[in-house]
Every structure is written in structure tokens, then in C-alpha cells.
Design a protein around this ligand. Structure first.
Ligand code: 6PG
Length: 247
């Protein structure tokens, strides 16, 4: 399936479009299969999206299952926690049962133990699709100014994680906050039915041009450029500043 690029007209439109894309995917998945599985991201871009999503009509939250595509290895109430961000911006505002919310196991003995545990949780809750990889209805990602996505940072060997058991990896941060992290691997991301990359801000424009309009000179691909769903949809949602150089 192809790549779609949407450029929002304003911050309000950016949050509204992202919220509608997620809500439409949720309604469609629930009517089709009885549930909607989504992985949330962290960072500053997503808070207004999640807040807007909390007021979207017609979503049966009892059939929405929430995971995170990456997490800082800190307590769930830590200001750096992506879980805390998602709970405060969205989950505390909608009637979703706690049993449907699956934070990454940041209380594990080590980040690697946490990665292994979450890989098992994904398989147990979602089941496994083709070649042993769970299939999300949607994975929502952000993108950093260095071209990272989730916690897949440029030059990080995790990018090569291709075997199904490595659905989730423990990595060291490639930017602040400098804490250990857990992250989905590319095979898990690319198995999704739909990947929504929401990126805003002028500080991302150069990397977005590099990804959307690759030059002829071969360079090491940025992690976000390796997001290419095998059979699912890829939607890039940009604000005007982020799209400035890719227009
Ligand atoms: C994280 C995020 C990360 C984020 C990007 C964009 O844990 O930090 O999951 O991948 O989405 O860094 O962050 P901003 O929205 O703050 O630019």
C-alpha cells in the first residue's frame, strides 16, 4: 500500500487530522474485528493529538487496546514517562478499562528483561500474524530532528533487529532524556495495518526532505525512513513548518 502525505494548515488542523485518522481507524477496526489495537508514542507533538482524540465520538473504548511503541525506562509516574503522557492526555479522559492498557514493564529487573517481557505480552494479547509477528491495527509514531522514530536512533544496531523474538529491544538514548529505553523494532512496526507518523516543527524539515525526497547520493537511511509497512498504510502527517523543505 502507498505512502500518504498530509500537510496540516494549522496546529488545530494538525491535531484534528491526526485525531480523526486514529478515530476512523478505531471505528473501522472495531466494526471489522471487534477490537482496535494501537501503540502510542511520546514526545511533545502528541499531547494535543491525544487530548483531541479523547473527545472523538463513536469510539467504543472498551474494545480499544493500548500499548506504547517506546518508553523511557523510568517509573510510570516520572515526568519523562511516555505512559504518563498518554494517561494524562488521553486515557484518564476516556472510559477504557485498565485491563486494556499495557504500559511497557519499566519495573523489570533490567531493560532487556523488560523488552523480553513486553515481547511476550504483545504475542499473548495480540496473537501472532505472518512470520510470528503481532499485527497492530495502528502504530502512531513521532520523529525526532535527527530522524529517529520510537527509540530507534541513527546508528543504533537495533535497526538490524529482524528476528521475530526481537519485537522489542532495550536501547540507550540517542538524545535527551539520557535514560535507557525500550522500543519496538522495525519488523514489528512494519507489520502494522497502518503506521501514522506525526511530525511537527521546522527543526524536522531537513530530515523530512531527506526521507521524502531522498537524494541520489547513497547515505545511511534514517530510522524513520525505514518505516515501510509490508502491506499496511503509511501516513505522514506534517505541519507546515515540518513540510517546508519537502514541498
Ligand atoms: C520518545 C518518543 C519519540 C518522539 C520523537 C518526537 O520517547 O521520545 O517516542 O520517538 O516521538 O522524539 O518527539 P517530539 O514530538 O517532542 O518532537
Amino acid at each position: 500500500m502507498g505512502r500518504e502525505i498530509i500537510v496540516a494548515a494549522s496546529a488545530e488542523d494538525f491535531a484534528g487530522q491526526a485525531s480523526r485518522l486514529i478515530a476512523d481507524a478505531a471505528r473501522s477496526a472495531i466494526s471489522r474485528s471487534g477490537r482496535f489495537s494501537i501503540a502510542l508514542s511520546g514526545g511533545s507533538t502528541v499531547a494535543p493529538i491525544y487530548a483531541r482524540l479523547s473527545s472523538e465520538p463513536g469510539i467504543d473504548w472498551t474494545n480499544v487496546i493500548v500499548f506504547w511503541g517506546d518508553e523511557r525506562f523510568v517509573a510510570l509516574d516520572n515526568p519523562y514517562s511516555n505512559f504518563r503522557l498518554g494517561r494524562e492526555a488521553l486515557l484518564d479522559r476516556v472510559p477504557i478499562p485498565d485491563r486494556n492498557i499495557h504500559p511497557m514493564p519499566v519495573g523489570a529487573r533490567t531493560p532487556r528483561d523488560g523488552a523480553r517481557q513486553y515481547s511476550e505480552t504483545l504475542k499473548n494479547v495480540l496473537g501472532i500474524g505472518p512470520n510470528g509477528i503481532p499485527v497492530f491495527d495502528m502504530i502512531q509514531l513521532g520523529m525526532g530532528p535527527d530522524g529517529h522514530t520510537a527509540s530507534l536512533f541513527p546508528g543504533n544496531r537495533t535497526l538490524g533487529a529482524s528476528s521475530p523474538p526481537n519485537l522489542v529491544r532495550a536501547v540507550h538514548a540517542g538524545l535527551s532524556p539520557w535514560v535507557d529505553r525500550l522500543t519496538f523494532t522495525l519488523p514489528l512496526i512494519n507489520a502494522a495495518q497502518c503506521v501514522l507518523i506525526a511530525a511537527a516543527g521546522a527543526n524536522k524539515a531537513a530530515r523530512i526532505r531527506q526521507v521524502l525526497q531522498p537524494s541520489s547520493t547513497p547515505t545511511r537511511p534514517l530510522p524513520v525512513a525505514l518505516v515501510a509497512p509490508t502491506s499496511g498504510r503509511l501516513v505522514w502527517l506534517l505541519d507546515k513548518a515540518a513540510a517546508e523543505e519537502a514541498a
